[in-house]
Write a protein that binds this ligand. Sequence first.
Ligand code: PMP
Length: 462
Amino acid sequence: MISSAKWLNTPGLISLGGGLPCPDYFPFEELDIKVPQVPRFSPFRNGHAHEGSDYCLLRAGKHDMAEGTSMFDITTAMQYGQAHGAAQFLRFLVEHTELIHDPPYQDWSCTMTVGNTSALDVTLRMLSNRGDWMLSEEYTFVAAAEAAGALGVKTAAVPMDEHGMRADGLNDVLTNWDEKERGGPKPFLVYTVPTGQNPTGATQTAQRRRDIYAVAQKHELIIIEDDPYYYLQMDPYTGPEDSPGAAAASPPASHDDFIKSLVPSYLSIDTDGRVIRMDSFSKVVAPGTRAGWITAPEQMVDRYRAHAELSTQAPSGTSQLVLFKLLEDHWGHAGYLDWLMHLRVEYTARRNVMMAACDQYLPKNIVSWAVPVAGIFCWLRLDHTRHPRYGETSLEKIEEEVFDAIIRQKTWLMNGSWFRPDRAEKLGGIFFRATYAAAPFDQIQEGIQRLGKAVRETFKPN
Ligand code: PMP
């Protein structure tokens, strides 16, 4: 882009050149935001309102910066800004990234995004060409494969196990890559959701991450680390007696303990600068903020910014201001960690309720699952060989039959087949994705009970 910014600091300069509207015409004088108090957040109470005393009021004024009362205000937030986001807020994100991931190389940098979906789209636009291939888990976040497809980038599946993407599988796909058969060059991008993967809920162990990183080094891959569920890592599930769970989980004793309990990110082991890490506020603050950030080597971040300048730019000023007020002015780093520890307790309780319901209501000779240790999803595997018409009908048909039975039970789960990057591929198994993210505890239990009925109905011998 053409930049005339170098003249803007000329003393006495009268600016008739820029295209910025006059803030006098921004019809906002004050923004009041009622937010939870730090540090004791009240537990989720199954739909009941929290006490008034649990909250406090934050106020953003139009001229707080000129008046010296805050580092960010309506005048600045609502004005055109730079694509990396307001410097005041970006600084908080850089500090947070250093605190949690401490990337082991010098020239890492962050830039704000409008969330991970967009961050992936922008990243693919800047790194790939039509006809390229990207690698992903064999079941993946649908929007990722679709974003790639829209750009003419195909997605090749890497086998998974209960710990997510397999390092040997990744190595095999790359070692045996046949350009002619695939109709495209060997991939240089691997897209992975390492924590609480969508849809399988799988979390890669620290060792798995190191093994995958070594494969990425061997095959010169760039790792796209899409990690919106990173902070939704939970306490272990010890059995149905953990349910309803709210009392069973307790927050880590200190911020240090909490940080140490988190599985290391790819960014934190990235000695080469081959990781583009994507963080989002969607799952830890609110999806409607449409805000997140990437962390990567400066050169890549610069390129990302150049793309963002011409498309999304930074997140909305309102969103940045609200997040700044909450995170920097009110909670600070310590308060934000308290909030994240609070979420850990909440999600542990939710997960425990669903696991206890699965233990109680699902026929274990047909349905199996691994207990998720992070995220919001439980991946239920149905043993299709026990279906009365197994061998006579396709897995697709059996999956559809189970789905219809679940719907008749007035419950909704997602079919596993919907999450394959290449839906033309033959289905290898029957899975359903269930989430404990939002339903009240009693509905989680009732939903799983209904699922149990639907499975028994579909799999009953004729
Ligand atoms: N990545 C994954 C793996 C997800 O599951 C989701 C949410 N469903 C997103 C990205 C979307 O994130 P954002 O709201 O930041 O675009």
